[in-house]
Design a protein around this ligand. Structure first.
Ligand SMILES: Nc1nc2c(c(=O)[nH]1)N[C@H]1C(S)=C(S)[C@@H](COP(=O)(O)OP(=O)(O)OC[C@H]3O[C@@H](n4cnc5c(=O)[nH]c(N)nc54)[C@H](O)[C@@H]3O)O[C@H]1N2
Ligand SMILES: Nc1nc2c(c(=O)[nH]1)N[C@H]1C(S)=C(S)[C@@H](COP(=O)(O)OP(=O)(O)OC[C@H]3O[C@@H](n4cnc5c(=O)[nH]c(N)nc54)[C@H](O)[C@@H]3O)O[C@H]1N2
Ligand SMILES: [Mo]
Length: 647
């Protein structure tokens, strides 16, 4: 049997998949040509999903409760639901519903997850999350300029003469976008990658601008300066649709090109070349999440937006600033019955769990999230979660967050579920079709919340999966005049504009595009910046098996020796937040003033980089500035070699 479904992993792809099932077992998974966007593409993480996750020996297939001695004990669903219902009601009665925190991670974000939120609102409205561990900072910047964040349809990049990738590495993180970009390049587009690391994407670009981390706003300003001073700017667009041009000009005049070159470490000649490519458009700016890991990242987006505006690249095919899509954009959010309730900061989770009062936090309910491993300051999050009287997690595996959890509920994988998936990389809504029955006693989150509502006597949660999906996707179904069964057969595109702002209407307070009036003051030099980037081999915090081994920190060989270490030496990486042992791997692809490592390591495997990443929150957007953490290296006590920094 062949089942068409969609990958729901935390990736912009949401690729269409063919799942081959023999005797009730998944045999193989391949990319499906039925998906109009992914057109047969799938990565190894999808094609190995059944081996690494569905049938993994580490997968938990029964509800578990933690005993007093800290060991996990198997229990039945009836017992689990009874315990949970009692705990939830106790919180509501004694402290009010906001003493419960609902933490929805990014592990999976499909349409039916909206029903989880409905449950918590029917319960009275609980504390939910503010800000994000992912993007958000950039979106906040773009909302100030355009009034709203909307991206160009990825296929529109085929109309670009030049494509700029700013802090994005699609050859690793977004295979579909990468295919489109490669096609554009074959058709003659110039590809520019702006990244402190010579990534795989950078290696395959026409120009790699190896910028100093955190200085993108100055580079974008420099390109605008050249364009304006050469008289190549779009005066008509600026006059009719842009606010703050005078103040922006003043900013530009306040910086010499030489100074901008020294701030960004980008040669003036390269700045000239890049400015030429922007003004000789259409040029599209595709921004990534790596760009958003700084305290003032919203300003990087604002200055990139400004560059697109002054160079006449807004509202035209092949132009624009594209930074992603809203995976829930096509869905009717009304089903969540959203209430104005208290929020807790996702980036500052540990700190806020400890300090929230009136009411204090009594229960944390986590679905598809692993905040201890993947949020900043892992130890603080772990300790704060441990102090919460009851923590529930719904996942496939036990992980670092399990150390603080009291109840584990075994979730199904998307191969065992019916649902719909939006995407943050394109505009299609795609079907998730069950390929096999839930393994063991695993259950979908939808099932869990429905059963819980019955146990607790909460009304308003009845209905089949299809009935809820029909409601959630009603806008799309009406638009195409189709039934839900048809939408579960193949993907349909949410009919948002392929070229945003072509009508030159900007939903800002003045109806005009808004240029920034200030620039962030130059940051003092930090000792060494540590960039945490996406791993090619796994997603998020991965699967337990893939997470073995010492942490590797990739550094320029000259930096390793200048700091008094040897290639391949094991050293202590320290910040004011924590320490971790890591192998220093020489790598010519990284600048001399920074190092990089892959995010996702686990505390329990000894390779959790987030144990040294400081918990901070950027504003606006409440993002997580991981890359602001200053790190140093220390010798492992007693180790020999060229020990210059041990004493
Ligand atoms: N240092 C550093 N840290 C980072 C980042 C960084 O750049 N640097 N990036 C951040 C970003 S971009 C993000 S999005 C966050 C991700 O943060 P999280 O979403 O918390 O992390 P993940 O490990 O991707 O997924 C969380 C859990 O979801 C589970 N899961 C997967 N599929 C399912 C499912 O179908 N059902 C259920 N119930 N659970 C499932 C996984 O097993 C995993 O334990 O991490 C952030 N952390
Ligand atoms: N294989 C794989 N794919 C994934 C994921 C995964 O875990 N594994 N995670 C998914 C998720 S949750 C997300 S959010 C996306 C993220 O997708 P991307 O944004 O493409 O990935 P990142 O590695 O976070 O960042 C991209 C690049 O930004 C660069 N960068 C860092 N600082 C700066 C800076 O100051 N300026 C500039 N110009 N560049 C900078 C980094 O060096 C990095 O190469 O990927 C998704 N896809
Ligand atoms: Mo993310």
């Amino acid at each position: 049997m062949k089942v068409f479904t969609t990958c729901t992993r935390d990736c912009p792809g949401a690729c269409g998949l063919n799942v081959y099932v023999v005797n009730g077992r998944v045999k193989s998974i391949t990319g499906s040509r039925l998906h109009p966007y992914s057109r047969g593409f799938s990565c190894s993480k999808a094609s190995l999903y059944h081996r690494r996750r569905l049938y993994s020996g580490s997968r938990i297939l029964d509800p578990l409760i933690k005993s007093d001695d800290g060991t996990w004990k198997r229990i039945s669903w009836d017992t689990a639901l009874d315990i949970l219902s009692e705990k939830l009601l106790e919180c509501v009665d004694e402290y009010g519903s906001e003493s419960i925190v609902y933490y929805q991670g990014f592990g999976v974000r499909t349409a039916l997850r909206l029903i989880n939120r409905r449950f918590f609102n029917l319960l009275g409205g609980v504390t939910t999350l503010r800000g994000t561990l992912c993007g958000g900072t950039g979106q906040a910047g773009q909302e100030l300029d355009f009034g709203v964040r909307i991206s160009h349809d990825p296929h529109d990049h085929l109309n670009s003469r030049c494509i700029f990738l700013w802090g994005r590495n699609p050859s690793v993180t977004d295979g579909n976008l990468w295919r489109i970009i490669r096609r554009a390049v074959r058709q003659g587009s110039t590809l520019v990658t702006v990244d402190p690391i010579r990534t795989l994407t950078a290696k395959r670009s026409d120009i790699h601008c190896q910028i100093r981390p955190g200085t993108d706003q100055y580079l974008a300003l420099a390109l605008s300066k050249i364009i304006i001073e050469e008289g190549l700017h779009d005066t008509e667009f600026i006059k009719r649709h842009v606010d703050n041009f005078e103040a922006y000009l003043e900013l530009i005049e306040g910086f010499s090109l030489q100074r901008l070159s020294s701030i960004t470490d980008v040669p003036e000649s390269m700045m000239m070349e890049l400015a030429g490519l922007c003004s000789d458009g259409p040029a599209s700016m595709i921004t990534g999440w790596g760009l958003q890991r700084y305290r003032d990242s919203h300003m990087a987006l604002r200055f990139i937006d400004a560059l697109a505006a002054v160079s006449g690249n807004i509202g035209i095919p092949g132009g624009g600033v594209s930074s992603g899509f809203d995976e829930y954009g096509a869905f009717d959010m009304g089903v969540t019955l959203e209430k104005e309730t208290r929020k807790i900061s996702m980036p500052l989770l540990g700190r806020e769990l400890d300090t929230l009062e009136s009411p204090p936090v009594r229960l944390v309910f986590i679905t598809a999230g692993n905040p201890v491993t993947i949020g900043p300051n892992s130890m603080r999050t772990l300790e704060a979660l441990r102090r919460v009287p009851f923590v529930v997690m719904v996942d496939h595996f036990l992980n670092d967050t399990s150390y603080a959890s009291d109840l584990f509920l075994p979730a199904t994988t998307f191969l065992e579920e019916t649902d719909l998936a939006g995407s943050y990389g394109h505009s299609y809504v795609s079907p998730v079709n069950r390929a096999v029955k839930p393994l063991g006693n695993s259950r979908s989150e939808f099932w869990i919340f429905q059963k819980l509502s019955i146990t607790m006597g909460i009304q308003g949660m009845n209905g089949s999966e299809k009935e809820w999906l029909e409601l959630i996707a009603s806008g799309l179904l009406d638009y195409y005049g189709i039934e839900i069964d048809e939408l579960l057969r193949k993907p349909y595109r949410n009919p948002v504009p392929e070229v945003p702002f072509s009508n030159m209407e900007f939903p800002t307070p003045t109806g005009r595009f808004t240029l920034p009036e200030e620039i962030t003051p130059e940051a003092p030099e930090t000792s060494m910046r540590l960039l945490t980037v996406m791993p090619p081999e796994f997603i998020g915090s991965g699967e337990p098996k893939s997470m073995e081994g010492l942490l590797r920190i990739y550094m320029n060989p000259s930096t390793i020796s200048e700091m008094g270490f040897e290639d391949g030496e094991v050293a202590v990486v320290e910040s004011k937040t924590g320490t971790i042992c890591a192998i220093l791997k020489p790598c010519d692809d990284v600048r001399r003033d920074c190092a990089f490592t892959y995010r996702g390591g686990w505390l329990s495997k000894g390779n959790c980089i987030n144990a040294v990443i400081e918990d901070m929150e950027s504003y606006p957007g409440h993002g997580t500035p991981y890359n602001e953490t200053a790190v140093g290296l220390r010798k492992i006590r007693g180790s020999g070699g060229s020990d210059h920094s041990a004493h």
